[in-house]
Design a protein. Structure first.
Length: 98
């Protein structure tokens, strides 16, 4: 019996793959928020975001659109920019952003 696996399509055309990476990013953000001892509301305020956007990040349905947003999230969680940059770089290809 032979099992074959199909490779995933490039991320730009694969919404499932993009969603998986968005959820992984969200779990990283949620873990950082919890380690910082912040509620969702507190983290959103510190990052200058709406509660809905922050919650969307954590569940993988909304992604920041600008570097400034990523920097503000990192600052709210007291993460150094290099750590945030590493996570974003890891996810960016899967999200289909350059």
């Amino acid at each position: 019996m032979s099992i074959t696996f199909e490779l995933l399509q490039p991320a730009a055309g694969n919404e499932y793959f993009q969603g998986v990476w968005a959820r992984m990013f969200g779990q990283f953000i949620q873990s950082g928020r919890e380690k910082a001892g912040l509620s969702v509301e507190q983290a959103a305020v510190l990052a200058g975001m709406s509660l809905e956007d922050w919650a969307g990040i954590e569940i993988g349905t909304w992604l920041p659109h600008t570097r400034r947003q990523f920097h503000r999230i990192a600052a709210a969680l007291d993460l150094d920019r290099d750590t945030m940059a590493s996570i974003v770089l890891m996810c960016s290809q899967a999200w289909g952003i350059q």
